[in-house]
Design a protein around this ligand. Sequence first.
Ligand SMILES: [Zn+2]
Length: 61
Amino acid sequence: MPPTPQPQVTGKPLVTAGRQQLLVDRPHCAGVHRHLDAGSRRAPCGATYTVMTYPTEQGAS
Ligand SMILES: [Zn+2]
């Protein structure tokens, strides 16, 4: 496998019908992709990236 670094993108949490999805804003193409989970993902357009979640849940006071 080529040692190409994967871009990291931040997924916007979207809760639909009790299921959370992560919306990823096109860092690579003109579309918006949805993923069910964070981590290394492959988009329908063929791009590969690591989906990060928003850090807002940490340390909420
Ligand atoms: Zn794409």
